[in-house]
Design a protein around this ligand. Structure first.
Ligand SMILES: Nc1ncnc2c1ncn2[C@@H]1O[C@H](COP(=O)(O)OP(=O)(O)OP(=O)(O)O)[C@@H](O)[C@H]1O
Ligand SMILES: [Mg+2]
Length: 249
């Protein structure tokens, strides 16, 4: 592999704008994610974090700019085709299927991409090794799971599509600290052992920046700061806005 190939990011978002009607939520966003990285996106309520994640996934469509993934221009590509390129997301609020069993929810994830029976079995083994509670509750309806278990299921469902890039929107939201820690530990394990590339949106800036190799700060539809997780944790403006007296964790 040449040096140029080695530095080509897995995902490159360049000058992306997106809007809901007249409300411009992204005003020209640049974000890069290298293969094997965990990248955190932090920012206040309404900054546009979820919108960026959804725009990468094809909805809403980018009104300007480009999104490149693994050498493909995926700007404007429909969501189901993006999923086939092995990008998966666990959206804000989890959105599991409450009436379906844990097993059926996981199957929905497998159905997002073509996979062999052996790959599906391997996927289930991986998910159950990460989250043994899901194995114990495999026949239980999704809607009857605890909040933490539903988050595990949402991540498990995303993993069943065998992503190379996993995007997680606020995976620790509303969870007790111990459960949130289990979720962060699972993300770290997936990154270290499976080489999974992760984009994580978090209100828990402290945990997210400790977990991430690099981070971006979004304010009002624009990236205002970028750096390593450790650098960002030290920045006074980050500490003031997101760690001390802000949304702490
Ligand atoms: N479906 C929608 N229709 C109209 N406006 C929307 C919609 N979704 C988001 N917005 C607006 O777009 C802006 C960015 O919202 P977004 O949900 O991306 O922010 P966020 O950073 O994820 O916030 P939070 O931390 O609260 O989840 C906000 O002004 C929001 O009101
Ligand atoms: Mg959000």
């Amino acid at each position: 592999m040449s040096a140029a190939q080695a530095t080509t990011p897995l995902l490159a978002v360049r000058g992306v704008r997106a809007a809901y009607g007249k409300i411009e939520a992204l005003k020209g966003v640049d974000v890069e994610i290298n293969a094997g990285e965990i990248v955190a996106l932090i920012g206040a309520n309404g900054a546009g974090k979820s919108t960026l994640m959804m725009t990468i996934f094809g909805r809403p469509r980018a009104r300007a700019g480009t999104i490149e993934y693994d050498g493909h221009d995926i700007t404007g590509v429909p969501t189901h085709e993006i999923a086939r390129l092995r990008i998966a997301q666990s959206p804000e609020g989890r959105r599991i299927f409450p009436r379906m069993s844990v097993a059926e929810n996981l199957q929905m994830g497998a159905d997002a991409t073509e996979c062999t029976e052996a790959e599906r079995e391997a996927g289930l083994d991986r998910v159950f090794a990460l989250f043994p509670r899901l194995k114990e509750r495999v026949a239980q309806r999704g809607g009857t799971l605890s909040g933490g278990e539903q988050q595990m299921l949402a991540i498990g469902r995303a993993l069943m599509s065998r992503p190379r890039l996993l995007m997680l929107d606020e995976p620790s939201l509303g969870l007790a600290p111990l459960i949130a820690r289990q979720i962060f530990d699972a993300i770290r394990t997936l990154n270290r052992q499976d080489g999974l590339t992760v984009l994580i949106v978090e209100q828990n800036a402290n945990h997210a920046l400790k977990l991430a190799h690099r981070g971006y700060v979004m304010v009002n539809g624009l990236i205002t700061l970028a750096g390593t997780g450790a650098e960002l944790l030290q920045r006074p403006e980050i500490r003031a806005a997101y760690l001390e007296g802000g949304r702490r964790g």
